[in-house]
Design a protein around this ligand. Structure first.
Ligand code: GLC
Length: 419
């Protein structure tokens, strides 16, 4: 009997590489194709290793997801073994995750060093980079051609071109047509969009690398004033309630000339059932009207293993599998998720399927980071104050100058208690 058990155990180790098989619960995002691709990746690993996986979907809004994670982790719950975490969270959640270095066999060396550094907290690799993100400008190639326009290089040009196309398309009978859509809901996505406007005007990054509050300045005010002028004119009022998927819904159904979004929207917009398949161009986001620059906010997602997992070693194996070159390559091709492995930017298949991963390389390499490193555990409070201040300007409740002055005092208050 004992011998039989022992043989069975040895056979199972040979099949799985682990002393026992386990069920690993992984929390995945569910924006666009995220859930489907996370599921198929995790299931392929389960099949290969003899373990099982449970895929838990989480709210689309990143800050809602954070609240859920904080609840689970602060209670020390073992319900979820692997967490998909935002690039802005290592400082907030890092203490709840294991150090992955003992499991990675140095694999992190193949990833962008800046992301690995971002995911390293107190010398521990608390998460493996999975995919990166930067805001880009989507446009309708066919419509720009129809109206004799070029992809805009400044926000003012975008404003003018969007107005022209909107007017023409409405006259032609599409009364649902809008010039531009973006993420305007009061949430983390608005922080990303507004940081792009402000930084592209030369108005800084809300809080600088040393921790100084810089956001209350005339360039930032000019950027927000221009953005507020779009609402109800070239941008639907409803944008004040749009996240990524709502913006994509309008653009992909053919009802907008321009859209600000992350790379994932490319694969879906070119999907077999997309009305605008083959008609999409992608460019760097425009510069500010004055001495600005092209800016895209740095986003992206990592995979971390909970300290409270009952099977951390097996969970880490799943993380390393999902973050590997083969899986990242297939996610880039199927879902236009931007790899974090440098070598994939030389991969012909990837570049053929998602040409802007090559052509917009400098946008990706120079993406502007939100001030999450310097504000650490306080980042969410800072961002919350920022997105509310911006939302008030967009919705006409406050003038940009007043809202930024108020934001500055609020940030000072948050700073006093911590960072
Ligand atoms: C994308 C980005 C993430 C960001 C979020 C905001 O998912 O990858 O970093 O926080 O959008 O909505």
């Amino acid at each position: 009997m004992f011998r039989r058990l022992l043989l069975a155990a040895v056979a199972s180790i040979a099949a799985t590489g682990f002393a026992h098989a386990a069920e690993i619960a992984i929390s995945c995002g569910a924006v666009g194709t995220e859930l489907e691709l996370c599921k198929s990746g995790a299931e392929a690993w389960a099949k290969k290793t003899g373990n099982t996986v449970k895929v838990v979907s989480t709210p689309n809004e990143t800050n809602e997801r954070l609240a859920l994670y904080q609840q689970l982790l602060s209670a020390g719950a073992s319900d979820i073994d692997v967490f998909q975490i935002d690039v802005i969270w290592p400082g907030i959640l890092g203490s709840h995750f294991i150090d992955l270095a003992p499991y990675s066999k140095g694999a992190e060396k193949d990833h962008f060093p800046a992301i690995v550094a971002n995911n390293t907290v107190d010398g521990k690799l608390v998460a493996m980079p999975w995919f990166t993100d930067a805001g880009v400008l989507y446009y309708r190639k066919d419509l720009l051609e129809k109206y004799g326009a070029q992809p805009p290089t400044t926000w003012q040009e975008l404003t003018d071109t969007a107005a022209k196309i909107q007017e023409g398309e409405r006259k032609a009978g599409n009364d649902k047509f809008w010039g531009f859509v973006f993420q305007g809901k009061a949430y983390e996505g608005l922080t990303c969009d507004a940081l792009e406007w402000i930084d592209s005007f030369g108005g800084g990054t809300i809080i600088d690398e040393k921790g100084a509050i810089t956001v209350n300045n005339p360039k930032a005010a000019a950027a927000l004033t221009l953005a507020a002028s779009w609402i109800g004119k070239i941008v639907p009022d409803g944008v004040l309630n749009y996240g990524e998927e709502e913006a994509r819904g309008v653009f992909q159904s053919g009802n907008a000339a321009f859209m600000r979004n992350w790379p994932y929207a490319w694969a879906l917009g070119n999907g077999a059932d997309s009305p605008i398949k083959g008609k999409i161009g992608v460019a760097a986001l425009p510069k500010g009207a004055t001495d600005g620059k092209n800016t895209g906010t740095l986003g992206g997602w990592q995979l971390a293993v909970s300290k409270y997992s009952k099977s951390p070693e097996i969970a880490a194996d799943l993380v390393m599998y999902l973050a590997s070159l083969d899986v990242q390559k297939s996610r880039a091709i199927k879902g236009s998720f931007e790899p974090t492995i440098v070598a994939l930017y030389q991969d012909k298949e990837v570049l053929t399927d998602v040409p802007f991963f090559g052509s917009l390389q400098s946008t990706f390499l120079n993406a502007v980071a939100r001030p999450s490193k310097i504000t650490g555990a306080n980042y969410n409070k800072v961002s919350n104050a920022f997105w509310n201040a911006v939302h008030n300007v967009l919705s006409g409740k406050a003038k940009a100058e007043d809202s930024l002055a108020q934001l500055e005092s609020e940030l000072k208050r948050i700073k006093r208690s911590h960072w």
